[in-house]
Write a protein that binds this ligand. Structure first.
Ligand SMILES: Nc1ncnc2c1ncn2[C@@H]1O[C@H](COP(=O)(O)OP(=O)(O)OP(=O)(O)O)[C@@H](O)[C@H]1O
Length: 739
């Protein structure tokens, strides 16, 4: 709870960036020995510079670059910002000649564009490899891996389904044998029971509920009519997932043309959706917010005939603070008094589920696919949701990796990884998870400008296999749908996205999942990595952590998830293959290992400098980078209290984080708009000017909820009051128009 309340005002709070080492008790010999040890440890990451070169720089800049780690921020904001400036100057900015440091000169500071970004006559280099925290070894604890077998040897013919349905499964959907979850779930649902279904990502849960629904509806007598309205309601958390489920129903219903599926997902005009509802939708797929909006504002939904309620990704729907919406939907459904079959599904059904189950289900059968329970499947009638454990199954052929990267090196390391896969390997399709919409936009622009440039042409022609896509909650719906479809169909490319793409999306042939910003829970980790290695295929994942975040590996191990470590230096080593980022001298592959490392560091620095030059080229790109950094920091404050020991903004070094946004310095006054400071509110004297009061404190849950809601907007929820007002007026106008 105390952790819950701990929110940081970066602009006025004392912030500990690094642990201060009290060395006052040491003898001078001990101090010397300690210093020596530290410099040995750091040597791995620091460029090797000759003392002459160091001296030259001292002479030029008039100050010695300190190698000491900054230990603590001073108390007052002004002093702190001074300190930050000093630190950044000392730490980062050296004006050198890019490719010939032996001829280091002092250049007049020019605007970056004058330097010719990519001609790179001179660069303002960044000491990427200095003053980084030590990289600890990551030891993933031994865990009992939970395994689930994907396929069974049973066929759909065994289920006594309508022959046209079986034929559609074969011919349209290309499926013949059942998956484990389908084998267990379909008979339970056909028998008329409620069910809580948990099975790993990409195991075929959509068909596990889709087939019984279609089998039921096609057999209904009298025959289903459009005018019956919704007979099955499917609730999913995101628009893309709604679209995907809708497309699956469209295929399944091909032979049964009298049953009409429809999707409500926001982005479309309410009036148009209302018209479709009026015509009649028998299988209604919707995001919760959009459905609530229609229940409240259009009188076109008659729930009197609903037989099925499916909550796919049920735990997420609750997480997002949609509980209120769900209650409203359930009340609307329950008002009809018709007996209904309810199904909850997810790969991570645990906490929160019992609450949801208690309001929506009757003696559910718990289906939990796991190895060691007969033929991979365990069905315990009456077992209830409490039978679900906290151990998550991930696909067997998923290779999970973690890399520990200091904040400063995050950007170049991600770029190097993308280049490794997309430029130097064939047919790679990557999804990169990023914590905010602004950061997605920023990275898209930056990478497109810096990484896609073809060195052999003067134009901005792209390097062949490097195509970037984006998906986040701030995009217009048409763009979202277009991007989603484009990335689905592409053979190779990189999707930069927020968690809006974490759940349920079935994007074919994704080879790598990169979690550039760590997820907000172990469950979200599981869903993110689940976008690859689907339905028995192979896939890989890579989780980026900073040295202070490595305890997240233990958090995952508590859920029986095990990762193997990848080394940052190995990722950066790819840059050796890319001539665009050549270091200062002529590179000779026969040179020593140390020279190789030095060359890698130089190339990483050249790449970082390209990023920085791009960002600092004009005010617009600078502002974009700053607001991306700010949104990243804001997101960082929203980790739940149970993970604050791993992800606490106190542990972030702002200057270093700024570097990962191509900024040379940490911008001033970042904190004021990030969050509130409980100390401030405590200190504020009664009767003070209301305007000066800090904004209302939010609980950790509220902060997560707010952030996530903005990512999962269903077209209506989460909009600002003024937007809502405007829309309401517009809606009224539309109503009047249609009347
Ligand atoms: N029996 C089957 N045989 C072959 N492929 C199948 C079968 N059932 C489903 N699939 C395919 O497997 C893929 C994954 O299915 P689906 O999206 O339903 O998984 P899921 O369990 O819902 O995953 P998530 O938990 O990520 O939402 C889809 O492309 C689907 O068409």
């Amino acid at each position: 709870m105390a952790e819950d309340m701990l929110m940081l005002n970066i602009s006025s709070d004392p912030v500990t960036f690094h642990r201060k080492t009290d060395r006052s008790h040491l003898t001078s010999a001990e101090k010397w020995a300690q210093k020596k040890l530290q410099s040995k440890r750091k040597a791995v990451f620091e460029p090797q510079e000759s003392s002459a070169s160091k001296q030259r720089k001292i002479n030029q800049t008039g100050q010695q670059h300190t190698h000491k780690q900054k230990l603590q921020t001073p108390k007052s904001p002004s002093r702190r910002s001074n300190n930050r400036d000093t630190e950044e100057n000392g730490d980062q900015s050296e004006i050198t000649a890019a490719k010939s440091p032996s001829k280091v000169k002092t250049f007049p500071k020019k605007a970056p564009e004058e330097h010719g970004d990519h001609g790179r006559p001179f660069i303002k280099t960044s000491s990427l490899f200095r003053n980084n925290p030590e990289i600890p070894d990551v030891l993933s604890p031994a865990v009992n891996l939970v395994k689930e077998k994907v396929f069974t040897s049973n066929t759909f013919e065994e289920l006594n389904l309508h022959p046209h349905l079986v034929a559609t499964l074969h011919k349209v959907l290309n499926v013949t044998s059942m998956t484990s979850v389908q084998k267990q779930t379909i008979p339970v649902l056909i028998s008329g029971k409620d069910a809580v279904v948990r099975s790993q990502t990409g195991s075929g849960k959509t068909l596990a509920y889709g087939i019984p629904v279609v089998q039921f509806l096609q057999a209904m007598q009298p025959k289903v009519k459009r005018s019956d309205g919704p007979l099955a309601v499917v609730i999913v958390p995101t628009r893309e997932l709604a679209l995907q489920s809708f497309q699956m129903f469209q295929k399944l219903l091909k032979p049964f043309t009298w049953i009409v599926p429809g999707v409500l997902m926001g982005g479309e005009k309410r009036k148009a959706e209302k018209a479709r509802l009026r015509k009649g939708i028998n299988v209604l797929i919707s995001t919760p917010g959009r459905l609530v909006d229609h229940i409240k504002n259009t009188l076109s939904i008659a729930f009197s005939a609903v037989h099925w309620l499916i909550l796919d990704e049920a735990d997420r729907t609750l997480d997002l603070g949609f509980e209120k919406d769900l209650t409203l939907i359930l009340n609307a459904l329950n008002a009809t008094g018709l007996a209904r079959q309810n199904v909850l599904l997810s790969a991570t059904l645990t906490e929160g589920l019992s609450r949801l189950a208690s309001i929506s289900m009757k003696d559910p059968v718990s289906i939990h696919v796991s190895e060691g329970s007969g033929e991979t499947v365990e069905a315990c009638p009456q077992a209830g949701p409490q039978a679900l454990s906290d151990s998550y199954a991930v696909p067997e052929r998923l290779q999970q990796h973690v890399v520990v990267v200091p904040s400063k090196l995050h950007l170049v390391c991600l770029a190097a990884f993308i280049l490794t896969k997309c430029k130097f390997e064939k047919r790679q399709k990557l999804i990169v998870f990023i914590s905010s919409c602004e950061a997605v936009e920023f990275l898209l622009t930056l990478f497109t400008a810096v990484l896609c440039e073809n060195p052999n042409t003067t134009s901005t022609k792209r390097t062949s296999d490097l195509n970037f896509y984006r998906l986040h909650g701030n995009m217009r719906q048409e763009e979202r749908t277009e991007m989603f479809q484009e990335f689905s169909q592409c053979k190779t490319g990189v999707l930069l996205c927020t968690d809006v793409a974490a759940r349920g999306l079935d994007l074919p042939q994704v080879t790598w999942i990169i979690q550039y910003n760590p997820p907000f829970s172990a469950a979200e980790y599981v869903h993110r990595v689940g976008r690859t290695a689907r339905i028995g295929a192979q896939g890989s994942s890579l989780l980026f952590l900073t040295p202070s975040e490595t305890a997240f590996v233990d958090v995952l191990a508590n859920h029986n998830i095990s990762l193997s470590e990848m080394k940052m230096v190995d990722i950066l080593a790819t840059l050796i293959k890319d001539e665009r980022f050549k270091g200062r001298g002529k590179w000779d592959s026969k040179r020593s290992a140390a020279a190789f490392e030095q060359e890698v560091r130089e190339r990483a620095t050249v790449l970082q400098t390209d990023f920085e030059n791009y960002v600092h080229a004009n005010n617009e790109s600078l502002q974009t980078a700053k607001s991306a950094l700010q949104s990243f920091l804001r997101a960082y404050t929203t980790y739940p209290s149970s993970l604050k020991h791993v992800f606490h903004i106190r542990n972030l070094h702002l200057g270093h984080a700024a570097k990962s946004f191509g900024l040379r310095d940490a911008p001033q006054g970042l904190g004021s708009s990030i969050t509130t400071n409980p100390n401030n509110s405590k200190d504020s004297k009664k009767g003070k000017d209301k305007a000066k009061r800090p904004p209302k404190k939010l609980t950790s849950k509220e902060r997560v909820s707010n952030l996530m809601r903005s990512e999962y907007l269903s077209g209506i929820e989460g909009e600002s009051k003024s937007m809502k007002k405007r829309k309401k007026k517009k809606g009224q106008a539309e109503e009047e128009e249609s009347a």
